[in-house]
Design a protein around this ligand. Structure first.
Ligand code: GLN
Ligand code: ZN
Length: 764
């Protein structure tokens, strides 16, 4: 009999109950008990759902009030010493206050760092390790939650993040993380002993770093750490996900564990090799349901894949989603606006639980036992394959002919630049912004009212024009050189375009946790993407009509559109990227025909699309850069193409960024004091660059001197002739007052530097 389980369930709740409970607690409106009660209710609900789906095991300790990596730092007593003394006045605060201070900072201490969880959009808190770190398990809360689970359910399987991944994901200062390996593994062993006493049969131990390129040192660390687990303990299910892990087969099979979970969605080719290599008494958990995407499983196909493993492994075969369901929305139950057909193609977490059960029944009792449900599933899969909404003939013809499109601009950069100079007549060190201006309460209210149907189109439109005019007048008063329309009409840089493109759908409750209480609702790309009508031209043209200075058109690039959506799984991602590129290309062309001389194509998410394994980087970069170039190459020589990227490490992909051949790139640099720019200097980045000089994530207004100092540093690396001056990113989260002050200082700094440079030129 094949067994079933999940690696983890989403924490936020069907209607984001956790988010609202957290935020009201942070605002001081509710008590710690209220918050804990909501959390306990959510956990109970999640277990209940797994029970109703008749899963063989119920997963516990996948829940967190903020983040599971942070919880492990707390569990093993490794919270940074800098938080040891609560700030004045907080001595008697409940423990939750101290916990959230780690994640969010307090009046004395900045928060612990946060970073992306592998290639997902989930962010974890990075544990801080140093010579003072002493691990010591404090299992009290862990065991309380275990009691909670065990009173509700018989078969509870707790989850732990494994010790090696924990250390790998931490940041060690002044020591090597691996110096702490034995002392940490020992604490895990204590906890496992305790769980054994509590009659826990299985513990899931996640070692997601097996998805990465690991060197010998880290591979050896597994052997050393797991040697501590040759004691009295529950059975261990080692889980890997997001990649093929067969290259580590000899390391993995040598570990003293009792089973392995593998991702069969990302890497189906690893299933049979693992069936063959599995140690005789191990179980193999096959992650066959996509934990990263929202499509209904093709159950017939999955059953076919599982036939040999089921036959060979019998009850040693476990079935699971590929990874934790943390990365999918909770349930389709409340979706009222999706049409029935599209809805039938989808499966969120709850629907995936049912698929899991169905698969197990088909394997254990024969397909006849679930014939009716299988038929329903088959119909949905067939309707998706045959749908004309998914496959658009004319677009496919265009894609087939894509090699006829010249992905390069008509002329090399130097030629374009000369023509653009004549057309644009910009000063040295031109000043600009990244696109959005403050999204005021009025802007938000107007958009919300329009969306709800409470505001006629004409009123809405008039209001947006007024906000655009306001933004343009402010920028003229500030004497910026290249203006923007301010993006008042955009709620989100992907959603705004997705809503106007064919092939996109939007859910009402398809929220996925990004970090802490923050959730995102990625749109769904279900079919061929194309642009029925222009998307930004009217507002761009209006903004340009208000000023004699150039107004930049503002678009979201194909890779960012792709990266921040749930993408169809019935064609390769790069094909979907090409379709997006063609849609953006059409828009670029219409903007330039409307007289817009500068067009920015944002690719904020370019870097986060990089595969986990280096060997796959070049292939990704090749198609990603090509998609960008196809969207931009329709621009005439005298149309200037900008791109923008933010908050990432660029140095290892500089050749690809240069290959995009944007005339100007603006990037975030102010927080790192221009360090991020060094790579652009060393690499001799050929085109123009606008390093951010104003950290838009801080309410602090930079002084003229601050900005001048940053620009001096920038000029050490990039010649002044190729420098632009701009903030790090869009200004939509800031208020107008601080924005005006900061931009005023930015423009003043630019003018001072220009004067100095001119004086130098005339004396030399
Ligand atoms: N143009 C967008 C803005 O200004 C860019 C946002 C981003 O890079 N994340 O808001
Ligand atoms: Zn940005």
């Amino acid at each position: 009999m094949a067994q079933t389980h999940i690696l983890g369930y989403p924490r936020v709740g069907e209607r984001r109950e956790l988010k609202f409970a957290l935020e009201s607690f942070w605002r001081g409106e509710t008590s710690a008990q209220d918050l804990q009660q909501t959390a306990a209710q959510l956990r109970a609900e999640h277990w209940q759902k797994q029970q109703s789906a008749e899963l063989s095991y119920i997963t516990s300790h996948d829940f967190s009030l903020y983040d599971h990596v942070l919880d492990h730092a707390v569990l093993f007593g490794a919270t940074p010493k800098r938080f040891a003394k609560p700030p004045f006045g907080q001595k008697n605060a409940p423990p939750e206050v101290a916990y959230f201070a780690l994640a969010r900072g307090n009046i004395e201490q900045p928060a612990m760092e946060m970073t992306k969880w592998f290639d997902t959009n989930y962010h974890y808190i990075v544990p801080e390790l140093n010579a003072e770190t002493i691990f010591s398990v404090n299992a009290h809360d862990f065991l309380t939650q275990l009691d909670e689970a065990q009173t509700l359910n018989a078969k509870v399987k707790p989850v732990l993040l494994g010790p090696v991944s924990f250390l790998y994901l931490s940041k060690a200062k002044g020591i090597e993380a691996l110096d702490l390996l034995d002392s940490l593994a020992q604490q895990y062993a204590y906890l496992l002993q305790e769980l054994h006493i509590r009659k826990i049969e299985w513990v899931q131990i996640d070692e997601p770093i097996f998805a990465l390129d690991l060197d010998d040192q880290w591979l050896k660390a597994f052997q050393r750490a797991y040697a501590w687990f040759r004691t009295q303990r529950p059975k261990l299910l080692l889980t890997t996900y997001f990649a093929n892990v067969t290259r580590y087969q000899s390391v993995i099979t040598a570990l003293p564990v009792d089973g392995l979970h593998i991702d069969v969605v990302r890497a189906p080719e690893q299933l049979l090799p693992w069936v063959n290599a599995l140690p005789a008494y191990w179980v193999l958990s096959a992650g066959v349901i996509d934990g990263r995407n929202i499509w209904r499983n093709d159950l017939d196909k999955t059953l076919a894949i599982l036939a040999v493993p089921a036959e060979r492994l019998k009850e040693r075969l476990w079935l699971a989603p590929s990874c934790s369901l943390l990365h999918t929305p909770v349930t389709l139950r409340h979706e009222q606006q999706l049409d029935g057909e599209l809805k039938s193609w989808l499966a969120f977490a709850d629907e995936k639980l049912k698929e899991l059960h169905l698969l197990a029944q088909a394997i254990n009792l024969g397909v006849e036992s679930v014939e009716a449900l299988l038929r329903e599933s088959r119909q949905a899969i067939a309707s998706r394959k045959a749908s004309t909404r998914v496959n658009d003939k004319s677009l496919q013809a265009r894609i087939a002919a894509i090699d006829n499109i010249n992905e390069n601009r008509a002329s090399p950069f130097a030629t374009r630049l000369a023509k653009q100079k004549v057309r644009l007549q910009l000063p040295l060190l031109p000043t600009t912004t990244i696109g959005s201006f403050p999204q005021t309460a009025d802007i938000r209210a107007t958009r919300a009212a329009f969306k709800k149907g409470g505001l006629p189109q004409t009123h809405y439109h008039a209001k947006m024009l007024a906000h655009i005019e306001h933004a343009v007048r402010q920028q003229e008063a500030l004497d910026l050189d290249v203006l923007v329309h301010g993006e008042a009409e955009r709620n989100d840089m992907v959603e705004y375009f997705g809503e106007q493109l064919a092939g996109y759908a939007f859910t009402q409750y398809g929220w996925v946790q990004s970090y802490g209480s923050r959730c995102v609702k990625p749109p769904v790309i279900y079919g061929d993407v194309y642009r029925p009508t222009p998307m930004t031209v009217e507002y761009a043209r209006y903004a340009q009509s208000l000023s004699t200075k150039p107004v930049k058109g503002m678009l979201t690039g194909p890779i960012t559109m792709l990266q921040w959506s749930f993408v169809r799984d019935d064609q390769p991602r790069h094909l979907t990227a090409l379709q997006l590129a063609l849609a953006i290309r059409d828009e670029v062309d219409d903007l330039q025909k409307a007289g817009i001389a500068i067009i920015q194509i944002d690719e904020a998410a370019l870097r986060e699309g990089l595969p986990l394994q280096k060997a796959a980087w070049q292939h990704y970069l090749d198609w990603a850069v090509r998609a960008f170039k196809i969207s931009a190459s329709v621009a005439d020589d005298n149309t200037q193409i900008h791109t923008h990227m933010c908050y990432s490490e660029f140095n290892d992909i500089l050749p690809a960024i240069a290959a995009m051949d944007a005339d100007v790139i603006t990037i975030e640099t102010s927080r790192s004091h221009m360090e991020l720019l060094d790579g652009f200097g060393k690499f001799a980045y050929p085109n123009e660059i606008g390093p951010g000089v104003y950290d838009i994530h801080s309410p602090r207004v930079p002084s003229v001197e601050d900005i001048e100092a940053l620009l001096q540093r920038a000029m050490d690396v990039i010649p002044a002739e190729r420098l632009w001056i701009n903030p790090d990113c869009g200004l939509k989260t800031r208020g107008w007052d601080e924005t005006k002050l900061a931009l005023h200082n930015m423009v003043t700094a630019a003018k001072r530097l220009r004067a100095q440079l001119m004086a130098n030129y005339s004396t030399t």
